[in-house]
Design a protein around this ligand. Structure first.
Ligand SMILES: C[S@@+](CC[C@H](N)C(=O)[O-])C[C@H]1O[C@@H](n2cnc3c(N)ncnc32)[C@H](O)[C@@H]1O
Length: 286
């Protein structure tokens, strides 16, 4: 996927984020603070932010670790890294090292960092085990990993699909078998962290209410097209798998009509997972 698709999508998401009401902005900063807290950061820590985007975690991590610490901010998107650098400069943070690269092959030495953090990144990489093994390699003994991922395969839309019920079941099954962001459940992610070699692995689920009420079919179609970026967008994904435009439109129409009912809810479980690379004797509880 061309890097700029991510930069544009993140930029749009950021503008939407800025327009969120106060309560939702507080929730976003709680996600960030919890991920950083579980990573056990302190003054002078060296941190790797996997798929850092425009710096949602990196900028705050840089404040927490202070000038004597370092944040390696890794992403494949050049546009996102440019924006991150601008933001770091504006905030007077000189301890962020943006790096363009792929999170399945980390450009760091063994044991180079004290902590690895990631938010909403593993969902976009099918080779999640590889990423986690690389994270384990670049962590020092006793260092921590802390990640946050929405679990789309466990999302619950409480709506009556009516005549589109079987169509929706088919499209959903297609997502769960072929789309990386729908290809894991919470337990799979926790297991993958353990299998990568981490110890003291624990997790916590936050059920986010992401209910959106659509003004009509067009707005719902737009969400199916670009709610996830580029090739990850559901409409594009279904097209590639032979789903007709008419079938996607039927889903959008039903979603729009049902979304305005007071009983409609879209609940998305989001999982925090954290663990430690062993080998440093007893590590303190986090
Ligand atoms: C949903 S965004 C999250 C960005 C940031 N972590 C945040 O919380 O705002 C996913 C990010 O992962 C990056 N990404 C996806 N696959 C990647 C890969 N294989 N290697 C490096 N970065 C990747 C994208 O460029 C994008 O910036």
């Amino acid at each position: 996927m061309p890097a700029d698709i991510w930069a544009k999508w993140l930029d749009d998401a950021d503008r939407e984020g800025a327009a969120l009401d106060r309560q939702l902005r507080v929730l976003r900063s709680q996600v960030r603070d919890r991920v950083l807290h579980k990573a056990g950061l302190g003054r002078g820590s060296r941190v790797l932010d996997l798929g850092c985007g425009m710096g949602f975690l990196s900028l705050e991590a840089a404040r927490v670790v202070g000038p004597e610490g370092l944040v390696f901010a890794l992403d494949s998107s050049e546009g996102a890294l440019e924006e991150l650098s601008r933001r770091a400069e504006k905030a007077g943070l000189g301890n962020i090292r943006p790096r363009q690269g792929d999170i399945t092959r980390l450009p760091l030495e063994d044991g180079a960092v004290d902590a690895v953090v990631a938010r909403s990144v593993l969902s976009y990489v099918a080779a999640r085990g590889e990423v986690l093994r690389e994270a384990w390699r670049v962590l020092r003994a006793g260092g921590a990993i802390s990640i946050f991922e929405p679990v789309l395969s466990e999302e619950e839309l409480s709506l009556d699909w009516g005549e589109e019920r079987f169509l929706w079941i088919r499209l959903r099954q297609l997502l769960e078998s072929e789309h990386p962001a729908y290809g894991f459940k919470r337990a799979d992610l926790v297991d993958a962290v353990r299998q990568a070699g981490f110890e003291q692995v624990d997790s916590f689920t936050w059920h986010a209410d992401v209910t959106r009420r659509f003004s009509g079919e067009e707005e719902a179609l737009d969400e199916l097209e670009s709610g996830l970026p580029g090739e990850f967008g559901l409409a594009a994904f279904w097209r590639r798998h032979g789903v007709s435009a008419g079938e996607t439109a039927s889903i959008a129409r039903r979603l729009a009509a049902q979304s305005v009912k007071p009983s409609y809810r879209d609940i998305l479980p989001c999982v925090y997972v954290w663990g430690v690379r062993g080998g440093a004797g007893e590590t303190k509880e986090r």
